[in-house]
Design a protein around this ligand. Structure first.
Ligand SMILES: Nc1ncnc2c1ncn2[C@@H]1O[C@H](COP(=O)(O)OP(=O)(O)O)[C@@H](O)[C@H]1O
Ligand SMILES: [Mg+2]
Length: 346
């Protein structure tokens, strides 16, 4: 479905290429995961699939990228829209209408799809992504996970053969990420779509992926079945790292697979010090009492009491919008604090 033939990309004002000698064939209906460190060229590689790179980014592309036989360099990105759907990291930035239903229809209007077909596709897409109950909602009031599913829906209604997602969960909390990734794997399994996704939450997708493309800092790609590529590469979800360290063969891709090996390892290991019984470290350094942060009528942090000891590591967890950032800045001092006190012992 997608062919990269000796593809190289050099961005403007760069002396070295970001991608070089990429030779890959991606069969129809595969879920392909693109991995590699930040700056390795994941976004660049994905951008070549609809010709966004280099058309809008500048720079030069050597070699050839074809999707379903269509050369992306020879076709304007617009002309690729019925073939390749692209979803970005920040769904809200791409919305062009206010209401979910209108957002789903917008892309089809641009492609000149007949009204009857359009209505039917909107219905199908709402059901497919589990967002039918959101149809009349304003996109701005949706959660991050819902927005991202609407963004995916908006490109799906054009019935592309290929879906490209660049870190679609990077702004989402774990629950929302799960919803989005589950929707993506469903598209591959139920509709046979070809999906290429750059995703840093590898543990959520790697077990469903057919192929991993790992980019290194020099812009070269190693591609193959997930188990093979991740066994050899420096990246991988924690479960793969653990499997590599423990010498498990084959390397597990899911917690379920790892469990089979775990009893042997557990017997070998001394009791872990981090089991929660360890007494707090040093004396209390930070004392917060009744910390409350409000933004207009929204209460972001409500009457929080907290003692943090010297040397202690505290994880702040919560869904998107639950008040983590407000809390951190209120404790640090430069953020808004409506009530309460924070004292730091020096
Ligand atoms: N439009 C651009 N102009 C110049 N350099 C760019 C551009 N886009 C990306 N780069 C450079 O190309 C390299 C790869 O970037 P990118 O594809 O965004 O990597 P990743 O998505 O893996 O983090 C980086 O060094 C980045 O600075
Ligand atoms: Mg990127």
């Amino acid at each position: 479905m997608i062919r990269f033939e000796d593809v190289g990309v050099t961005h403007p004002e760069r002396s070295r290429p970001t991608l070089c000698e990429i030779d890959l064939s991606i069969p129809e209906g595969e879920l392909v995961l693109v991995t590699g460190p930040t700056g390795a060229g994941k976004s660049t590689l994905l951008g070549t699939i609809n010709g966004h790179v280099p058309r809008f980014t500048g720079g030069t592309l050597t070699g050839q990228v074809t999707v379903h036989g269509r050369d992306t360099a020879a076709n304007p990105t617009r002309a690729m829209a019925d073939l390749v759907g692209v979803v970005s990291q920040d769904p809200a930035a791409g919305f062009v209408t206010d209401v979910v239903e209108d957002e789903l229809a917008y892309g089809m209007e641009q492609l000149g799809v007949a009204p009857g077909v359009m209505r039917q596709r909107v219905e199908e897409t709402l059901d497919l992504l589990g967002i039918a109950h959101l149809r009349r909602r304003t996109v701005a009031t949706l959660s991050g996970g819902e927005q991202q599913r609407v963004a995916i829906g908006a490109v799906l209604t054009a019935h592309p053969r290929v879906l490209v997602l660049d870190e679609p969960t990077s702004a989402l909390d774990p629950t929302a990420s799960e919803e989005v990734l589950a929707a993506i794997t469903r598209l591959v399994h139920d509709l046979g779509m070809t999906v290429m996704v750059a995703e840093h939450r590898l543990e959520r997708v790697v077990q469903y992926a057919d192929m991993v493309i790992d980019l290194d800092r020099c812009g070269a790609a190693t591609a193959g079945p997930p188990r093979t590529v991740l066994s050899a590469s420096g990246v991988g979800p924690p479960v793969v790292m653990l499997g590599r360290l423990a010498g498990w063969e084959p390397v597990p891709l899911s917690i379920r697979e790892a469990r089979r090996h775990a009893p042997v390892l557990r017997a070998r290991l001394p009791r872990s010090p981090g089991d929660g019984s360890a007494a707090a470290t040093g004396p209390v350094l930070l004392t917060a009492r009744g910390v409350t942060v409000t933004h207009g009528s929204t209460v972001a942090v409500r009457s929080l009491d907290l003692d943090i000891a010297s040397g202690e590591v505290v994880a702040v967890m919560g869904r998107n919008g639950s008040g983590k950032t407000s809390l951190l800045w209120a404790l640090q001092g430069s953020g808004r604090r409506s009530r309460g006190s924070v004292a730091v012992d020096r």
